[in-house]
Ligand binder design. Structure first.
Ligand code: APR
Length: 254
């Protein structure tokens, strides 16, 4: 590990270690080391298929079977296999230490909760549940049989993942709580997001405007890097958090 990178890890550990109220905003990048592909960039899902064709509510309404076939079935298999990686576990540890006061995630994979985080805002909903388009009944995804596509509810209605498709609103309670956490935090960790999808990408801007220190963890720079982030620790989140937690352990011993 080169010195620059080591220094960034040390700086991040210091900033996080002295935070009174840290909050994390996470994206698909944090789950890449758990075997879930990102949406954009190399190996991204949207490199292979048009998101407006497979992840927009109008395309789902138009042809639910096609969306189930093209996107949801594979995603289900991938999510069923995925387990939390060191980045998810570090955020759960920071919550247990009383440093992290909440996770705002764009991910629908449930890995933050599986790692032990209690306060998680699923900004784009969740894949752990399916919802009936007719009677709105919710069903746990692992109980849904895929012998019929699209799968149906007892009432005969079509089941859809309980996540936010493009063209749909963010649940107002999630928006409100995320804004509150962003206004209140003194450190915001922005982990594994390309920061191009609104309104999630605006949360670090709110945090910055309210005086927080913004730390990005990502192998690439993003639209936040130049003017919003105070520090970009370049690298895969699992590896970076392993370094940060080790450095924090050093500090507390001293
Ligand atoms: N660790 C950290 N970051 C990573 C890693 C890794 N191992 N691998 C890739 N990344 C970074 C990429 O450099 C990129 O900046 O993660 C980011 C992933 O960006 P996107 O795929 O655009 O994911 P995200 O920002 O979560 O997308 C936002 O768009 O498609 C919609 O609803 C979907 O919630 C999603 C939203």
């Amino acid at each position: 590990m080169n010195t620059d990178h080591q220094q960034q890890i040390q700086k991040a550990a210091q900033l996080i270690g002295s935070a009174k109220c840290a909050v994390a905003l996470t994206g698909s990048g944090i789950s890449v080391e758990s075997g879930i592909p990102p949406f954009r960039g190399a190996g991204g899902l949207w490199e292979k298929m048009d998101p407006m064709e497979v992840a927009h509510i109008d395309s789902f309404r138009r042809d639910p079977a096609r969306v189930w076939e093209l996107l949801i079935r594979d995603l289900k298999e991938c999510l069923d296999r995925a387990r939390p990686n060191p980045a998810h576990l570090a955020l759960a540890r920071l919550e247990a230490m009383g440093i992290l006061k909440g996770v705002i995630t764009q991910n629908v994979d449930g890995l933050h909760q599986a790692a032990g985080n209690r306060d998680v805002i699923e900004f784009h909903g969740t894949f752990a549940w399916q919802r009936c388009m007719d009677c709105q009944r919710r069903l746990e995804t692992h109980r849904v049989e895929l012998d019929q596509i699209p799968p149906r509810c007892e009432c005969g209605g079509i089941l859809r993942p309980d996540c936010v498709f493009f063209g749909e609103m963010i649940p107002p309670e999630h928006l409100h709580r995320s804004r509150q956490l962003s206004e209140r935090c003194d450190v915001m960790l922005v982990v594994g997001t390309s920061a191009v999808v609104q309104p999630a990408a605006f949360m670090p801007v709110i945090a910055k405007q309210c005086g927080a220190t913004v730390i990005e963890i990502n192998p690439e720079s993003t639209p936040l890097t130049a003017n919003i982030s105070d520090l970009l620790v370049k690298g895969p989140a699992g590896q970076v958090f392993t370094g940060i937690m080790a450095a924090m352990a050093d500090y507390t011993v001293r």
